[in-house]
Design a protein around this ligand. Structure first.
Ligand code: AMP
Ligand code: MG
Length: 383
């Protein structure tokens, strides 16, 4: 355990150093407050490690930025609170404790979590759960419905089989893949509103809420920050960025969109006020065998990582839970179908990056996104 703690601390220090890189971005106009990085690692033995406050006086807005970072949800979390003076430690306590409380309910790898209880009782019995897990599962099922199961929160056994992002990551045998995908079907998740229970009909079924949990938790963190009286803040849960209000001088936040090929670079930046940006991509968790990359967004129909010439999809929305669910859903839908689907939604925008480094974005982003990386080119969908 001690080694893990030391490893996590070293990781945190590395991230703190890397975050210094943001200040040397080429275009000062596009210098983002927060780089959308998705540092993540194996969650199995995760411990809650947290830094002390870093306090910086922001000359431009004349406010004080207090920053704390933690390692939770298998990823690095950064909270920036803007105020007239240093933000008290207790305000961060509430935030990080809330993340821990929710992780303890939602994580399938925490044995006592509600989700782990549901999984343990697959094919046996319905499990009563609290409002939050119930709400999250319902939300997950909405995304499953719109994508006809391309997004499926019962993908758990397939996630376990591949082990992507863990030490046991490997390409499974085809027979194992067939066996496993037979277990995945969101229509075999039975909800009972009256008793608030969840039942997985087949033995071996497993929920995995990894594709929406961070967004859902980010929204809960925002509620706390707002309740604490902050009107300007940035929440970054491993690249899942949710902004609170605008900068203290009323300007929009400038959030960098990660370069899928280089975690220290950005493709461009987004001007956001009070909304969320969440990206799903082939760069978050993956392993290589030869030249083949196996990444963590799995196609439940084929049992393999989704191959559709996309490197990433970023969703801009008001709620981060919507953004997180949609980023994965739209990724599996692919460019054509995903673009049309996002266009049909109100107050949701999307940015796609293809494997040819072409950036496509929905019309609402024309004045919001600025390309700053010469390796990429913006094109329109042409209809
Ligand atoms: P995200 O990074 O939000 O796109 O979520 C990816 C995570 O969601 C993976 O690490 C898995 O835990 C889970 N996942 C992978 N494929 C799917 C899928 N097709 N539907 C739902 N969840 C998935
Ligand atoms: Mg997601």
């Amino acid at each position: 355990m001690k080694n893990i703690k030391i490893g996590l601390l070293a990781g945190l220090i590395l991230i703190l150093l890397l975050s210094g890189c943001q200040k040397q971005l080429p275009d000062p106009e596009a210098e983002p407050e927060n780089l959308q990085t998705n540092e993540s690692s194996d969650v199995s033995e995760q411990k809650f490690v947290r830094t002390e406050s870093k306090v910086v006086k922001d000359k431009k807005t004349k406010s004080t930025i207090t920053t704390q970072e933690s390692f939770q949800l298998g990823t690095f979390i950064t909270i920036n609170l803007y105020a007239d003076g240093e933000a008290p430690n207790e305000d961060f306590d509430r935030i990080f404790n809330e993340i821990e409380r929710l992780e303890d309910l939602i994580s399938k790898s925490i044995e006592t979590s509600e989700v782990a209880q549901i999984n343990k009782n697959a094919g046996i019995a319905p499990v009563p759960v609290g409002e939050e897990v119930y709400e999250l599962i319902k939300l997950g099922l909405e995304f499953s419905n719109v994508s006809s199961g391309g997004f499926d929160i019962s993908v758990g056994p397939l996630v376990d089989l591949w082990g992507i992002g863990t030490e046991s990551a490997h390409v499974p045998e085809q027979s194992e893949i067939y066996e496993t995908i037979a277990l995945i079907n969101y229509q075999d998740i039975e909800l009972d509103d009256a008793n608030r229970t969840v039942f997985l009909k087949k033995k071996g079924m497993e929920l995995d809420l990894g594709a929406i949990a961070k967004g859902y938790i980010a929204d809960k963190v925002k509620a706390i920050i707002t309740d604490e009286g902050y009107t300007s803040a940035i929440i970054n849960l491993g690249g899942n960025v949710l902004t609170v209000g605008h900068k203290p001088n009323s300007e929009a936040w400038n959030i960098g969109v990660r370069d899928p090929q280089d975690e220290h670079k950005i493709v461009g930046s987004m001007k956001l006020k009070g909304n969320s940006i969440v990206s799903s991509g082939i760069y978050e968790r993956y392993f290589f065998v030869g030249d083949t990359r196996y990444h963590h967004i799995l196609n439940p129909k084929t049992g393999y990582p989704e191959e559709n010439h996309l490197q990433s999809v970023s969703i801009i929305s008001e709620k981060s839970a919507t953004g997180d669910g949609l980023s994965t859903t739209v990724f599996v839908m692919g460019l054509e179908e995903g673009y049309k689907y996002v266009e049909s939604l109100d107050q949701v925008e999307a940015l796609f990056i293809t494997d040819e480094n072409i950036v496509y974005m929905t019309p609402g982003l024309q004045d919001v996104f600025t390309l700053t990386n010469a390796s990429y080119e913006v094109k329109s969908m042409g209809y």
